[in-house]
Design a protein around this ligand. Structure first.
Ligand code: GSH
Length: 236
């Protein structure tokens, strides 16, 4: 069936997962095109013509126009904000300017902070396990904690201050979704030491309880089995 929205992405891509989860939670129909950038599947003229930044997730919205053409949008947090604004999901992206500013703060913070969960910790493991692109050296337990500790302090002491249930209040927003989708993979791969951060642990449990959590992580769970079996494989 054809829908105006087409999402290009991969189930192991953390920012793709954030968009997929949001669409699932809101019951929004869309077409999905699986693209694995780690196997150079985004390196085609056709993809670059639509999405010059070359990565996933990437959204095509046939019901909206930019420069006289259908809207093509990259950057997961921009996609999440766009979908929320367009569809009036004010629970996920509040219309109150102060609350929205706090959501935006976390979305911007995510890029230079939480994103290291993938770039420095998870992706090297993924590339080795799947025989994909060249990997950086693997970081292990204490080095992972050292790298993430400053971000955990910010999350615990500013985000979840006074045991606030979610980063910006009593309900989850796209800020929680974006940040959590970096940490989930480390949690399930048993690479996350949150002993000193009980508020982050409780917050993660609240996110795990949201609808469609496991469904959008089926490929991640399968990949973690491969990772634990320590034998290189392909086909995800
Ligand atoms: N800031 C971007 C990051 C997107 C990103 O890093 N995507 C990865 C997959 S998780 C990608 O497409 N990388 C391109 C490549 O590996 O060549 C976002 O939030 O959407």
């Amino acid at each position: 069936m054809t829908h105006p929205l087409t999402l290009y992405g991969h189930f192991l891509s953390q920012p793709t997962r954030a968009v997929l989860w949001t669409l699932a939670m809101k019951g929004t129909p869309y077409n999905f095109v699986k693209i694995n950038p780690a196997q150079n599947e985004a390196d085609t003229e056709e993809f670059y013509a639509k999405f010059p930044t070359g990565g996933v997730p990437a959204l095509h919205d046939a019901s909206a126009k930019f420069d006289g053409k259908p809207l093509h949008l990259t950057e997961s947090n921009a996609i999440l904000a766009y979908l929320s604004s367009k569809n009036g999901w004010s629970d996920l992206y509040p219309t109150d300017v102060v609350l929205r500013a706090k959501v935006d703060q976390w979305l911007h913070w995510h890029h230079a902070n939480m994103r290291i969960c993938t770039n420095r910790i998870f992706r090297p493991r993924m590339n080795i396990a799947m025989g994909w692109k060249q990997a950086n050296p693997l970081l292990e337990g204490p080095d992972i904690l050292k790298l993430l500790r400053p971000s955990f302090l910010v999350l615990q002491h500013e985000g979840l201050l006074n045991s606030r249930p979610f980063l910006v209040g009593n309900v989850p927003t796209i800020a929680d979704i974006s940040v959590y989708c970096e940490l989930d993979q480390l949690f399930y791969a048993k690479l996350l030491d949150l002993q000193d951060f009980p508020d982050i642990q409780s917050w993660m449990k609240r996110l795990q309880a949201l609808p469609h959590h496991d469904e959008v992580r089926r490929t991640l769970f399968k990949f973690i089995e491969i990772l634990n079996s320590k034998s290189p494989q392909s086909g995800i």
